[in-house]
Design a protein around this ligand. Structure first.
Ligand SMILES: [Zn+2]
Length: 635
């Protein structure tokens, strides 16, 4: 798709042609992202919102239209797409009997070519001032010259400033007869009741994984991309019910995998934990095989996954198992059929009470995670408690209160509990505590030892300690949860040292990044990769990043244009993180992000008449003189 070429720049100086510079560039052929290429043009092509599109079609058929519509729902589920189709359909001169736009009349054609003056779009996220809304209201007063309605689509309407909201409210209360507003928002709760009460409200739902997978299959087939259904399933899950996200991830993965999308490549690229881990961890939990559970947990951590994400994933897994226990609730399972069967199988081995306790422990862990000083140990404790629940000791608060029961031993002396799944090497590493202090510390608790490696703070075993004690606080082979909690606290005091150590480590690591030359395309891909890896809570930032276009200025400076001051604050906070990620991904330690606020001269869609006029005048300055001479003003 790309051809390297040399770009030569010449200039005339002193009457001679001078060769200024030559630069290696890649000519990027026209590349349309799937989200745009496969954006539905009729209601029937919209995926996963049948109930809603049926109602909209009906109102086009009957011509019974409201003055204001509010489309709410999560990101990327088709709100703006439906708003556009709806706007096109109500202005269509010849809509189909079902209520779809005809796509052949002048109104439809001009809309598709983005020259329809009856349909206006405003992104309230970047145009949220009173002036922006005044411009819009001004335009609303002018009746359409052709067609029936002027339609205003206001995206992310909750982002309007309070002043803009008030200015808008008056027009919304008494709109001109020829005006229809379609407001879209991801956060209905942020809208004033006075706005809500004036709108016909449509709630868009998250798309189901199977719907997304089916659509991705269609797109892949159309684009000649080979795939494994499991892989598409992971993409759909990662997109969390948003089709636009799914398509964006799909594009990225397709480009990384050279058009052959496999499950293995997808989970590596998207930093998704293989669900096999959850199945095997649950199997170990059910057997109360805590050693294996902790080893698996350690393995997952060493792959770079965040402990909280693992607990979150495990909670989802338990929830799915709970849902798989009866035929009625199986429908609530949002997984492909192949995985569904495996859930059913594992669910049969779980007592409902175990699942209930496990879910509760996971949820508690999630709540306490942020404030915990020793996050890893908190998760390990949770896993141990869940395993205890599997063994039947599921009394609430076991190991917590003063009236605690003595827990079942976890690390037992001798071979009273055979461990079938362990490889010989693993068994050796997790052998029960030996009388010899040093040996037990280094051998018996692999996860804790590993923790000490990551933080460098676990104190060395003191020979003077009275009883043999390994790093898990195990006395006489049995593990006391209280001891673990106590340990969690004391280790927390050493967190500051840990942070310093981490800072030093990252500094020294920076030298292992090279100075590889990268292209604009590499940069865009790495940028999208970062956005796609952001956790669910940072979805808004991810979405913003996908709409931004970092530009490679020279070999390592990257120009990032930020729309407004509010976003600038957000991005200033995370720019270091992004920069480090890009440096690593692109293997160039000199890469620098340069954030700057969007200036008037930066390319942006001219929305208001004032902006459009400014654009025209810039191209033809004579017009300005002409308008001044004749005292012309914008209507
Ligand atoms: Zn039409």
């Amino acid at each position: 798709m790309c051809h390297p070429a040399i770009l030569h720049v010449f200039s005339f100086e002193n009457g001679r042609l001078q060769h200024k510079k030559s630069q290696k560039v890649r000519i990027i052929m026209e590349y349309i992202v799937s989200a745009r290429k496969y954006r539905p043009r009729s209601f029937d092509a919209v995926v996963g919102q049948e109930a809603l599109t049926t109602t909209l079609k009906k109102s086009v058929q009957t011509g019974k239209l409201a003055h204001a519509y509010l489309f709410c729902g999560p990101r990327g589920v088709g709100k703006t797409t439906c708003a556009r189709i709806f706007a096109k359909a109500i202005n269509c001169m010849n809509p189909s009997p079902e209520g779809n736009p005809c796509e052949t009349c002048e109104s439809c054609l001009s809309f598709n070519e983005q020259r329809n003056y009856n349909i206006h779009e405003l992104d309230a996220a970047s145009n949220n001032s009173v002036d922006d809304i005044r411009e819009l209201i001004q335009q609303a007063q002018i009746p359409p010259q052709v067609g029936k309605y002027k339609v205003f689509i206001i995206d992310e309407v909750h982002m309007l400033s309070p002043g803009a909201f008030n200015a808008f409210l008056k027009t919304l209360e008494e709109p001109p007869a020829h005006v229809i507003f379609i407001l879209a928002t991801t956060e209905k709760n942020k809208l004033l009741p006075t706005i809500l009460s004036r709108c016909q409200i449509y709630d868009f739902k998250r798309m189901e994984v199977n719907d997304i997978v089916r659509h991705l299959e269609f797109v892949a087939g159309d684009a000649g991309i080979t795939y494994e259904v499991e892989a598409l399933n992971v993409i759909a899950q990662k997109a969390d019910g948003g089709m636009r996200d799914a398509l964006s991830i799909f594009d990225q993965v397709a480009s990384f995998t050279d058009g052959n999308i496999t499950y293995q490549k997808v989970i590596e690229n998207l930093n998704v934990l293989d669900y096999e881990y959850y199945f095997s961890m649950t199997t170990s939990l059910l057997k109360t095989d805590i050693k294996q559970v902790l080893l698996t947990f350690n393995e997952v951590l060493s792959k770079g996954f965040d402990a909280q994400n693992i607990i979150g994933g495990l909670a989802t897994h338990f929830r799915n198992l709970l849902m798989s226990q009866s035929a009625e609730t199986t429908t609530l399972l949002d997984v492909p059929d192949t995985v569904r069967a495996r859930y059913k199988e594992q669910a049969a081995a779980c007592a409902p009470k175990f699942l209930y306790t496990a879910l509760k422990r996971c949820s508690e862990c999630d709540i306490n995670y942020r404030t915990s000083n020793n996050k890893r140990l908190l998760v390990e404790l949770t896993l141990i408690e869940i395993a205890q629940a599997a063994a039947g000791d599921d009394s609430p608060g076991s190991g917590l209160g003063p009236t605690q029961k003595i827990l079942k031993p976890i690390f037992q002396n001798g071979n009273s509990k055979p461990v079938k799944n362990n490889t010989p090497q693993q068994v050796q590493k997790t052998q029960p505590a030996q009388p010899d202090t040093t040996q037990s510390t280094t051998q018996s608790a692999k996860p804790a030892q590993n923790y000490s490696q990551t933080t460098g703070t676990t104190p060395a075993p003191k020979v003077s300690e009275p009883a043999p004690k390994n790093s898990f606080g195990v006395k006489g082979g049995a593990l006391s949860i209280q001891a673990l909690r106590k340990r969690s606290q004391t280790q927390g005091d050493q967190q500051q040292n840990t942070k310093d150590a981490a800072a030093n480590a990252s500094e020294s690591q920076a030298t292992d990044i090279g100075t590889r030359i990268f292209t604009q395309e590499d940069l865009t891909n790495a940028w999208l990769k970062y956005a796609n890896q952001l956790p669910r809570e940072e979805k808004a930032t991810a979405e913003r990043m996908k709409n931004m276009q970092p530009t490679l200025l020279d070999e390592c400076r990257v120009d990032v244009i930020i729309d407004n001051g509010m976003l600038m604050e957000i991005f200033q906070n995370i720019s270091d993180q992004i920069q480090t990620f890009l440096q690593r991904t692109l293997d160039n330690r000199d890469l620098r992000l340069e954030l700057r606020l969007r200036e008037y001269t930066d390319k942006r869609k001219a929305y208001s008449q004032k902006e459009q006029w400014a654009e025209v005048v810039e191209k033809r300055p004579a017009l300005l003189d002409f308008s001044r001479k004749h005292k012309l003003e914008l209507a």
